[in-house]
Design a protein around this ligand. Structure first.
Ligand SMILES: Cc1cc2nc3c(=O)[nH]c(=O)nc-3n(C[C@H](O)[C@H](O)[C@H](O)COP(=O)(O)OP(=O)(O)OC[C@H]3O[C@@H](n4cnc5c(N)ncnc54)[C@H](O)[C@@H]3O)c2cc1C
Length: 379
């Protein structure tokens, strides 16, 4: 490889935003390069997000169905779970199949995939630093790429809160998805859709689950009437939901973790096998060299874009979890197609009001547009 390579459309990140942008840009005739620092493609969604979480939710449903079979006159022995087999099925049959599918799709569309970490040097150049074992074309350390157009799709990572450093029995959502055994006691801090879905999955698999939610309700982005139904099902399953609960600290040893939380200033503790913190995610925009460019960022490190995903630098676009709006895979897909189309000169535009959202709770919830209360506030 030469020291400076000139490339047409370059995309940083191969999550739902990056890989869909790559395919669309290739379909529109662009020569496309994707730079991905992980050794698998598909980003958070395929590796440690949407896909593995739905696999565990599905396993939980199967277990409950087997337990309830007698209701339908079906007699089985009392079902049991070998969770290491469940995890192996999730990783090998579900996640690996999906991520290798993305690899094949990119190959089919003749997209060059470079494994390495991209760091911007200017509005037209970036460096690629090698990372990890080489699954794709590997970058020589310090390879510099001069791009005509760039789409940044670097995604997001879980937020840590004081007193709950991710380590050992204090988990982020990735740790929560990869438990070696089904916990007897499981505490979830944060009742957004990620916390609610995994709480439900582990409750169905046999855990006693407690959700500690800092505000007065779980699932703030769904209509209250819908959330009421979920709460009533949770109660039936024995999931404890404690609202207005501020998680204060965690103390762990090799067997358990004790979580201290406060409601109305009164402190209580719960001892559990694990505590999982799902209080939100932070955009991966702080270590990609944006300070070397004229790209503007706003609140929470989100990159400012127009309706086509164009940043303050005309040839640089940003999509997915690093721009405003709900952090959802299909939003990233849509923005990816819009940005790739804009580069090709098409009159594309995003619409952030009509983004559907689903929570795989019990029952499953789906919503689109404004909630009733948001609509009333705007009236
Ligand atoms: C547990 C969980 C469950 C979820 N469930 C759902 C769901 O059911 N439905 C839904 O719509 N959404 C779901 N999401 C959200 C969804 O995963 C994200 O919205 C989506 O992955 C965002 O896509 P993205 O392309 O913006 O970023 P990401 O998927 O985060 O991908 C970014 C990619 O960029 C790479 N990268 C970062 N920096 C660099 C760099 N400097 N150089 C090279 N590569 C880099 C990363 O390695 C990563 O592969 C879930 C998330 C979690 C955590």
């Amino acid at each position: 490889m030469s020291d400076v390579e000139k490339r047409d459309t370059v995309i940083i990140g191969a999550g739902p935003g990056g890989y869909v942008a790559a395919i669309r840009a290739a379909e529109l005739g662009q020569s496309v390069t994707v730079i991905e620092k992980s050794d698998t493609l598909g980003g958070v969604c395929l590796n440690v997000g949407c896909v593995p979480s739905k696999a565990l939710i599905n396993a939980g449903h199967r277990f409950q169905d087997a337990k309830d079979a007698s209701t339908f006159g079906i007699t089985t022995q009392a079902p049991s779970i070998d969770f290491s087999k469940t995890q192996a099925w999730k990783d090998e049959k579900v996640v690996a199949r999906m991520t290798s599918g993305v690899k094949m799709l990119l190959k089919k569309h003749k997209v060059d995939v470079i494994q390495g970490e991209a760091v911007l040097d200017s509005d037209t150049k970036l460096r690629v630093v090698s990372t990890g074992p080489k699954q794709f074309m590997s970058a020589d350390d310090g390879l510099t790429i001069e791009f005509k157009n760039l789409i940044i799709a670097t995604g997001s990572r879980p937020i840590e809160i004081p007193g709950f450093k991710f380590s050992g029995r204090v988990l982020d959502s990735t740790g929560g998805l990869n438990l070696p055994a089904i916990p007897k006691e499981f505490v979830v801090i944060g009742g957004g859709y990620v916390g609610t879905e995994l709480a439900g999955a582990y409750a169905n698999l046999g855990s006693h689950v407690t959700i500690l939610e800092g505000t007065n309700s779980i699932l703030p982005n769904f209509d209250k009437d819908m959330v009421k139904v979920v709460l009533s099902q949770m109660k039936k399953k024995g999931i404890d939901v404690i609202t207005n609960a501020m998680a204060k600290k965690s103390e762990q040893d090799d067997k358990s973790v004790t979580v201290t939380y406060e409601v109305d200033g009164k402190a209580s503790t719960i001892t559990a096998d694990y505590v999982m913190v799902t209080v939100g995610r932070r955009a991966n925009t702080d270590d990609i060299g944006l300070e070397m460019t004229s790209v503007k960022t706003g609140d929470h490190g989100l990159i400012e874009v127009d309706s086509q995903g164009r940043t303050s630098v005309p040839n640089i676009f940003a999509i997915g979890d690093i721009v405003a709006g709900p952090a959802l895979a299909h939003k990233a897909f849509f923005e990816a197609k819009t940005a790739a189309g804009a580069i090709a000169g098409k009159n594309t535009a995003n619409d952030w009001v009509g983004v559907p959202a689903v929570c795989f709770a019990d029952p499953e919830l789906a919503t689109v547009g404004l909630t009733q209360s948001e609509a009333k506030d705007k009236a």
